[in-house]
Design a protein around this ligand. Structure first.
Ligand code: ME8
Length: 510
């Protein structure tokens, strides 16, 4: 991958109407894995997350809590920051839409749209869902509710409109010219058919409440919360200063990772706003699926939200990170179950990679003088395992390009499986009695395989990978992916006494 090439990735900015749950943790975690992978692969990464603090939903939640909206936002936004820390998220920035930099950016984008004749004053009468922060027509409603099941209310008020109806053909052309703009494929079809069905002008201001970014020159209006929220992606890289180093380096973003619930806002409205303002649309939007809890939809009213802090506490941080990304193909819906989590921890981590590492490093400690073994002549089996490990990076890169995070993990574990098979077949514990040179070679091949696996699992399990790399005495400056080609570890390098990296989860603890 070209050295230093920039990579800009974003999470949605989360509403501060409620505390963070597993869904938020999941999106942020997935972005973290991609961001860490790209950094280790030599890219210059900007990774953004943050909170969406304006609009009626937040205003109502603050009122319900008996708090001033900003004080309420301060409190809930802080919980999202705390979650990011607890999840070991490597974000470069955390944006809040109540910050002055963002308000200035929204107003500048608005002005660009006004100057280009893309916004006009009219009046809106129709349905609005505060929970979805979305406008609906009569025809959209299902049994008197939004298609999402959210309640709607009738709204009649003066409103500014964005000429979305004029952008349908341009959007379709844009999707056609940029076939990888929306992923996965199934989401793309959904978006294209929505645009083909015809777009109506979009109401982009509200006049019946005040918790939002004031519309320039018309303070009776605040901007529609989605126009405000989407703009965060350019605010964070320096907009309206389009000549700034960060804007030039990072815009357009490589990918906005979102849940499937908010694809339309990102793949239709956002590129239309940007094109209308003569700014570049993002390069990609990737929508992941929806988590259910033990087969049930997750909702506050069912009382079955999953607390990410509790998961980390119970199962461990890296275990939680691994499970969420391994269990469900990224892009598809998935079900959370505690039993599935325990199975993964024990089967994939403790018994597979953990046991491999422990067996190899214990024997190196006992039988190779606690130092990296010397590789002798290599057999076809040795070459095959090394080739599989050394060939991982390009394979992982191509899965990463498509955001197939589950494939990345599956491919790493295929090598761990192969190494476990190899150790059983080569039986270095028997070789100890018969052929110590061959024993050292077998252990050396395994140490090299483990080194490559440890380097490559860093994006998903940064702490555990660091422990493995410490056990291999790999210096901090030799932990980038470019170090993969620099193995094996010099024979005779002293190795510390091994310690377990992936403990078994004992069910009694659950
Ligand atoms: O929509 N499974 O914020 P939000 C998987 N502020 N992911 C889930 C999930 C679940 N059950 N529940 C939530 C907003 N998510 C806007 C975004 S962006 C410019 C503005 C994740 O707090 C998923 O990423 O409702 C979803 O898109 C996001 O949380 C919605 O967060």
């Amino acid at each position: 991958m070209p050295d230093g090439q920039s990579f800009y990735i974003t999470t949605p900015i989360y509403y501060v109407n409620d505390k963070p749950h597993i869904g938020h943790a999941y999106t942020t975690l997935a972005c973290d894995v991609v961001a860490r992978f790209m950094r280790l692969d030599g890219r210059r990464v900007h990774f953004l997350t943050g909170t969406d603090e304006h609009g009626q939903k937040v205003e109502k939640s603050a009122a319900a809590a008996g708090m001033d909206p900003l004080a309420f936002c301060d409190q809930v936004s802080e919980q999202f920051r705390v979650l990011a820390n607890a999840l070991n998220i490597s974000n470069d920035d955390f944006i809040r839409t109540t910050e002055p930099r963002h308000i200035a950016s929204c107003q500048a984008l608005w002005q660009r749209l006004v100057e280009r004749g893309e916004i006009y004053l009219g009046s809106y009468s129709g349905w609005y869902s505060v929970r979805d922060e979305a406008f609906y027509t009569e025809a959209d409603l299902v049994d008197g509710k939004a298609p999402t099941g959210a309640p709607v209310e009738w709204v009649e008020e003066p409103s500014y409109f964005f000429r979305l109806s004029a952008w349908g053909d341009k959007l379709l052309k844009f999707y056609e010219e940029n076939p990888s703009f929306i992923g996965p494929e199934s989401r793309k079809n959904e978006v294209v058919s929505f645009v083909k069905s015809g777009l109506r002008d979009l109401s982009v201001s509200r006049a019946s409440f005040s918790w939002g970014v004031p519309v320039p020159n018309d303070p009776a209006h605040v901007m529609y919360v989605w126009l405000d929220a989407l703009t965060n992606y350019i605010t964070a890289v320096g907009f309206p200063d389009v000549q700034s180093e960060s804007y030039k380096a990072f815009w357009p973003a490589n990918v906005h990772v979102v849940g499937k619930d908010i694809v339309r806002f990102h793949a239709v409205y956002w590129p239309a706003f940007l094109m209308a303002a003569e700014l570049a649309p993002p390069k990609g939007v990737f929508a992941h699926g929806w988590w259910t809890n033990e087969g049930q939809k997750i909702s506050k009213s069912l009382g079955n939200t999953i607390d990410p802090f509790e998961l980390i506490e119970t199962y461990g941080l890296d275990q939680t990170r691994y499970f969420l990304l391994r269990e469900v193909p990224f892009g598809q819906d998935g079900d959370f179950s505690r039993q599935a989590m325990i199975n993964r921890i024990n089967a994939d981590l403790a018994n597979n990679l953990g046991n491999l590492t422990q067996r190899v490093l214990s024997q190196v400690q006992k039988s190779c003088g606690a130092a990296a073994p010397a590789l002798g002549a290599l057999t076809a089996e040795d070459e095959a395992l090394l080739a599989q490990a050394r060939g991982l990076l390009p394979v992982l890169r191509s899965s990463m390009e498509k955001y197939e995070l589950h494939h990345v993990l599956a491919q790493l574990w295929a090598v761990s499986d192969a190494a476990n098979l190899y150790i059983d077949q080569q039986a270095p514990w028997t070789l100890k009695k018969t052929d110590q040179v061959r024993m050292a070679t077998v252990l050396g091949v395994l140490v090299e395989t483990i080194r490559i696996l440890a380097l490559l699992i860093q994006p998903v399990m940064p702490d555990s990978a660091a422990k493995m790399l410490d056990l291999l005495a790999i210096p901090a400056d030799a932990r980038g992916f470019d170090a993969i080609a620099n193995g094996p570890i010099a024979a005779g390098t002293p190795l510390p006494a091994p310690q377990g990296v992936f403990p078994r989860f004992e069910t009694a603890k659950a």
